[in-house]
Write a protein that binds this ligand. Structure first.
Ligand code: HXC
Length: 521
């Protein structure tokens, strides 16, 4: 080795030592505590999330500029968040990972500058942003500066919504603002028993309302997946959550002017699936699994169901059909007969809008007896919530294909991507029943007097019901009137959908210019 290379330049030695210090975040002791809680550090998480060797960090030298409550001299480089860019499956993404070992990952003014910077770079470059959230919320010592910092992030979450995909992974106790920013993003993934989301924690609740609770029962994954509907997916481990985020991104384009990436299908696009011909029972009151229908139609192994345990009477999820990314929306007849209620309307409406933002075509499977009747639903605003679904389908300009497998009664027919809401192609199975309402209900309303005055009212009702069924409980009346494009054998559904989507790939649909619509929130 030449003489000049035998001694290290002290400036490089210093840089290396500073870099090592940066890697230590809040210090070895706090990293130990993080590991003891079964959690990874911010950098370990990034190693799993990104393609190996692709992470490039930005602004790791930034420290907080606070001087209140004794923190002026306690500074950690990076200030509790690791930011930068890297790749997932060779595509650029921007990322920020909060470092719980520094002030509990809390948001300071400078931390918010770092996060906003990667958000801005992401949108300028048309690349997705992923947030790895592990934070106690606003940093108390910075007062209004940390609150303002959150406002800066929220504003960007909102303004960049529908421009680039935003995904949040909840990897710790995410309090206050740390819960609100994710709520503005497209998808939230939680880790069972490791991540929590709440605006105010158990201690504050005890003080204010006197209620006793703990973090898990207040805002754990089971709560936000099953009760509040705030989160979209949960995994057993952090590693699984990070790998799921990688997989999810494969269904999204990098931004709203690109199409989702195509993957050559591993499943035959022309596959006719005989099983489909035997799923819908002959009796209209017997249930079956729409999940099974979906799994037999899509490319095998491609379904990622979103919000599987909240409002299970509706199904939403991402899949591939013929190698192309699609959004699946459906009813599950084996859960509350597939009725549409407040929560399922919200669930479907939000998903439809997310797919439309990102040019993901919609495939809708319909089997619903209609909206759920009841005082609770009416007083809870089922009209307003159902209107969101009407709004979402009506404004969606992506290719839309509908398959009516069985019941499409009344409001359910209309809201579930019906032809005159702008759906491109509508198929019905021979088992489809398309009518204003079911036979019994209709006969009771239309023929009350005729039934009561008949010699044998039961016999009279039965014959009227059968007549109604012959007339409306089939797809032929709707097809003759042009409300259904074709009646297909269930086994033909996959190739029919693939052909329709291929024919719709270059669809252009220009809406009138406006600032934005006024969706009934
Ligand atoms: C400053 C904080 C902090 C905070 C935690 N820390 N929260 N520092 N501001 N908000 C620090 C702790 O002092 C500790 O520092 C380290 O982070 C780890 O915290 P622990 O309590 O030891 O950890 P743990 O037991 O795991 O509990 C984590 C926690 C709890 C559940 C997050 O710390 C907590 O409840 N914090 C307060 C949460 C909160 O109410 N935040 C404000 C939300 S209001 P050391 O030095 O010991 O490592 C908000 C407004 C936004 O965000 C408005 C949105 C609309």
């Amino acid at each position: 080795m030449p003489e000049e290379f035998t001694h290290e330049d002290p400036r490089i030695v210093e840089l290396r030592s500073v870099r090592e210090k940066i890697r230590q975040g809040g210090g070895a002791e706090r990293i130990k505590i993080q590991h003891a809680k079964g959690k990874l550090t911010a950098r370990e998480r990034l190693d799993i999330l990104l393609d190996p060797g692709t992470f490039n960090e930005l602004e790791p030298y930034i420290t907080h500029q606070g001087d209140e409550m004794g923190i002026a001299n306690e500074k950690f480089m990076g200030d509790g968040v690791v930011t930068g860019y890297g790749q997932i499956d060779g595509r650029t993404i921007y990322v920020y990972a909060q470092d719980f070992t520094v002030y509990g990952g809390t948001l300071s003014e400078m931390q918010s500058h770092k996060i906003c910077r990667v958000m801005d770079l992401a949108v300028r470059n048309g690349a997705p942003i992923i947030g790895l959230i592990d934070s106690g919320g606003a940093r108390i010592q910075e007062g209004v500066k940390s609150l303002g910092g959150y406002a800066e992030i929220f504003r960007r979450n909102a303004q960049y919504s529908g421009v680039i995909p935003q995904i949040s992974l909840m990897l710790g106790p995410c309090a206050g603002g740390a819960a609100y920013s994710p709520a503005l993003t497209d998808l939230i993934i939680m880790v069972e028993e490791k991540s929590f989301m709440f605006l105010t924690g158990p201690e504050v609740i005890k003080t204010v309302t006197g209620e006793t609770t703990d973090a898990e029962s207040l805002g754990g994954a089971a709560v936000h997946l099953g009760i509040s509907g705030t989160a979209h997916l949960a995994t057993e481990s952090e590693t699984d959550a990070l790998l799921l985020a990688r997989r999810l991104l494969g269904y999204f384009p990098s931004n709203n002017v690109e199409n989702p990436p195509y993957q050559p299908p591993v499943d035959d696009p022309l596959r006719m699936d005989e099983v489909l011909n035997h799923i819908v029972p002959l009796s209209p009151s017997e249930s079956y699994s729409m999940h099974e229908v979906i799994l037999h139609v899509i490319d095998q192994g491609s379904f990622i169901e979103i919000q599987p345990t909240w409002a299970p009477n509706a199904i939403v999820g991402l899949a591939r059909i013929g190698g192309h990314s699609v959004g699946i929306v459906a009813q599950e007849p084996s859960a509350m007969a597939g009725v549409i209620d407040i929560n399922s309307a919200d669930k479907m409406a939000r998903f439809v809008r997310m797919c439309d933002c990102f040019n993901i075509p919609l495939v809708t499977f319909v089997d619903s007896p209609g909206f759920l009747p009841g005082i609770g639903q009416e007083h809870g605003g089922v009209i307003r919530h159902g209107a969101k679904l009407l709004y979402a389908y009506s404004e969606a300009t992506v290719p839309k294909v509908t398959v009516i497998t069985r019941k499409a009664y009344g409001g359910a027919y209309v809201v579930m991507s019906s032809k005159f809401l702008g759906t491109d192609v509508t198929y019905a199975w021979p088992s489809a029943e398309i009518a204003v309402m079911g036979a019994e209900g209709a006969v009771n309303i239309l023929f009350k007097k005729q039934i009561t005055s008949a010699a044998d009212p039961a016999q009279e009702r039965q014959s009227l019901v059968e007549d109604y069924r012959d007339r409306f409980n089939n797809p032929y009346y709707a097809a003759r009137a042009g409300y259904v494009d074709d009646i297909v054998e269930p086994r033909e559904t996959r190739p029919k959908i693939i052909a329709s989507l291929a024919a719709l790939r270059d669809k252009v649909s220009i809406a009138p210019a406006r600032k934005h619509g006024n969706i009934p929130v």
